[in-house]
Design a protein around this ligand. Structure first.
Ligand SMILES: [Fe+2]
Length: 371
């Protein structure tokens, strides 16, 4: 807001100079008012960018309001820690991302929300397209979060990384048989592949990246090959998909690794393992969960404080560990269970592509018969 008034500052300076250089007999008091009023207004506008927002009437403590599609048990402990460290209360509303995006759009300037937290770059990109986010210029975030994990226009920031890779049954597949997502379209995997439904944004983002790397025609051949190799109809969740592999209904699947990590945490002898896909080619498909300032955030300073805090070293570790994901900040270590799977190279394509090609991906999957 302060920055946007720079052209006005110039105009006001010109007016003031012309008033003082004019030869009419304007009363000194009037001249003083012409000088003081606009300056006070400008100072007020700039001050509310630099000082903490004042406490709200009736509120017991300073607060920030978050709309989040993340499961409360994953995010609530982090908010509690932020409150402990800063004294700022976090009030949050949980719902699915589509409802929250439409709610923010409908509420417009009356929205109480300061921060939007959700999963998948496809969702974050759509929120930006829908016009409900605001850019946040932050050196802190630029330093902590690699460029490919945040919006090039600073409208959203990845805070945890999830890898969508290949998993396989230890007794039914040799690791040497595995290589790439593309290879799972080969007829030798016929009747051996399990997938989650194409309606999940995770798969839409994966296919969007395939289109980016190979063009639409080749991507469609790959997805059609997957469909031809399916052992069963696609599952509703990643966990069901992994359980089908464990039960021997299929041998390989493509899932987010944190779902497998949860199963392995409960049973160290779980018969399904991770294979890092596409290490010799495009890198394993990665995505993020992330956060953004809402367009009409009533408390933008606290919103910034919360998002920057979530990117800080201590928060990054916990943010990733709670859901057995990977920290977005590469300097921070993953949970030991996840780190034991070894290093991998993630696809370094900017995740904005996942959103830009999302509708193409949906149409392609439909044509390929992927339900
Ligand atoms: Fe998930």
């Amino acid at each position: 807001m302060c920055e946007s008034r720079h052209p006005l500052i110039m105009k006001i300076v010109i007016v003031i100079i012309s008033v003082f250089s004019s030869s009419d007999k304007m009363l000194p008091m009037k001249r003083v008012l012409i000088l003081v009023v606009p300056l006070a207004w400008l100072l007020a506008a700039c001050a509310d960018r630099e000082e903490p927002e004042p406490a709200e009437p009736g509120a017991e403590a300073p607060r920030v309001v978050v709309y989040t599609s993340r499961q409360p048990y994953l995010i609530e402990p982090l908010f509690a820690r932020f409150t402990e460290e800063t004294g700022i209360q976090v009030e949050f509303t949980s719902d699915n991302e589509a409802s929250l995006i439409e709610r923010l759009a409908a509420e417009g300037a009356r929205s109480p929300a300061d921060v939007f937290v959700t999963v998948d770059a496809g969702n974050l990109w759509f929120a930006a397209e829908r016009g409900i986010l605001a850019p946040l210029e932050s050196e802190t975030l630029r330093e902590a979060i690699p460029a490919e994990l945040r919006d090039p226009d600073d409208q959203w920031f990845g805070l945890s990384v999830r890898a969508r890779s290949i998993v396989y049954h230890r007794d039914r597949v040799e690791r040497e048989e595995l290589s790439t997502y593309e290879d799972l379209a080969d007829p030798r995997w016929q009747g051996r592949l399990c997938l989650r439904t194409s309606r999940k944004v995770y798969n839409q983002s994966l296919v969007a990246m395939l289109i980016h790397h190979h063009g639409e025609q080749r991507a469609e051949e790959i997805v059609s090959g997957w469909v031809a190799n399916l052992a069963t109809n696609p599952y509703a969740s990643d966990t069901q998909t992994i359980e089908a592999v464990a039960a021997g209904q299929c041998d390989v699947a493509i899932v987010n690794t944190y779902y497998l990590a949860r199963l392995v945490a409960d049973d160290p002898n779980y018969p399904v393992a991770v294979f890092w896909a596409n290490q010799g080619t495009t890198g394993t498909h990665v995505n993020v969960s992330g956060a953004a300032i809402t367009r009409h955030a009533p408390r933008p300073i606290r919103a910034r404080a919360l998002i920057e805090w979530l990117a800080s070293d201590a928060a990054q570790q916990e943010f990733a560990q709670r859901n057995l994901e990977f920290p977005a900040n590469p300097a921070i270590e993953a949970d030991p269970l996840v780190a034991a799977w070894g290093e991998f190279r993630g696809d370094e394509t900017n995740l904005v592509v996942a959103g830009q090609r999302q509708s193409e991906a949906v149409r392609l999957m439909d044509r390929a018969g992927y339900r």
